[in-house]
Design a protein around this ligand. Sequence first.
Ligand code: FAD
Length: 492
Amino acid sequence: MSQPSEMENQAHVLFHKFLQGKKCTETLNAFRELCTELQLDHTDFQHLYQKLKGSLNYWKAKALWTKLDKRASHSDYGQGQACSGTKCLVLGAGPCGLRTAIELAFLGAKVILIEKRDTFSRNNVLHLWPFTIHDLKTLGAKKFYGKFCSGCLDHISIRQLQLMLLKVALILGIEIHVNVEFKGLIEPPKNQEKKTGWKAELLPANHPVTEFEFDVLVSAGGSNFIPNGFKKKEMRGKLAIGITANFVNRHSSAEAKVEEISGVASLYNQKFFQQLHNETGIDLENIVYYKDDTHYFVMTAKKQSLLKYGVIRQDQRETNALLNTHNMDKKSLLRYAHQAADFCTNHQLPDLEFALNHRGDPDVAMFDFTCMYRSENAALVRERHGHRLLVALVGDCLVEPFWPLGTGIARGFLAALDAAWLVRGWGMGTAPLELLAERESIYQLLSQTKPENTHKKVTLYSIDPFTRYPNLNLNFFKANQVSNGPGEGLIS
Ligand code: FAD
């Protein structure tokens, strides 16, 4: 048998380094290094994957190619040609931006993704529904992160999920630019000779991506970012104060024995919460505990107990004022979270030491879930001087999730697949009004989706919404309901 050449060995080393990358920039650099070593152009989206495959033809890489080839061969993607003329700008390298970008690449689109930060720093842990676990496994999750959902685990830290998706995205030829902030759209100019299309205003202002002309913008900028033209709908419920806390996981046998808590609602476990209240003064509505890279807790705490404990300094009528950092005592919050975690794990977790966040502080935070937002619409079309632009929202930017319910990433991924289906129709030339009506018909199901009311055969899930939603009525909205209306049309 012939020995691999030195160059091949070096490529294997670099590929391994890329697969093992634990940080965002480290992974991006490792990928560039690998491409340079193999003399591949990482922006050549049409050929990069095939060339990588050809160059890295040894067992470890082959196992990944088998997974990705199987996924790419799905008939929905039309052999990677369904959107071959489509150019997409994706905003945000959160899990939903990356997940959508991957689907667009499978459809054959040119995809550039921009992200304003250069770190993946969230320790917090996301609950995964069976379909998300299957979905990620078909993208080779285990090749990037061996521990992914082994046994009966059904969760992952946000940063691990981002890292995994980043790696898949790079392999599929998606151009990723970090430290680039989207500031707005630049409309195609009037009376132009060169027929320039839609572009983006970015920071830094002279970044090469400002020259990129695209016909699809996917906004996945998280809950604080909603692009112009979309209206937010406020869903105000009763006061809900969320607390998240992460503790160091030393992976000792004592820690391994402690049981996770997946959603103890007080309604069903009055005794447990009463006992916690009596013994500690901590009054919770629910608590979730996952053992992941960290010991992660998310709980909803009652205002009176936070006031009594001294976490909230002064009662205020306005939620914003109540939960303002100036009205919060950080030390008391740390004690509160520590004691709740200790009690709820029956004092079995030894040495509960706070993990640190990206600022180097104990990773504990308090969030307001009283008022949640969702966008009124999932997509719109803009047209200027003969240039059409499809704008689609995904992830938290579309619907803000209530973390303790653990529905966020599953609904985020459903919307990512729905957005990809929309772009597929766009790429294949379906009329915009028809597309938007269909997208809105699918969107109105999203907030009610649960594992129980989506199709059970998760292995058959694809971007085609019928594979996921039973009883889907694609004509729930008609084209005339999304057309130009006074200030409310989705085409402008
Ligand atoms: P995000 O993950 O928020 O990603 C949005 C990305 O867009 C970010 O990387 C951001 O930097 C980037 N961005 C924003 N604006 C711009 C711009 N103008 N230009 C370029 N890039 C931009 N969910 C849970 O279920 N449990 C939790 O405990 C939990 N903790 C969280 C903690 C924090 C601090 C945050 C922010 C979110 C948390 N979430 C949690 C929500 C969860 O992370 C999301 O539901 C999930 O990550 C999917 O979100 P996304 O991809 O839509 O957005």
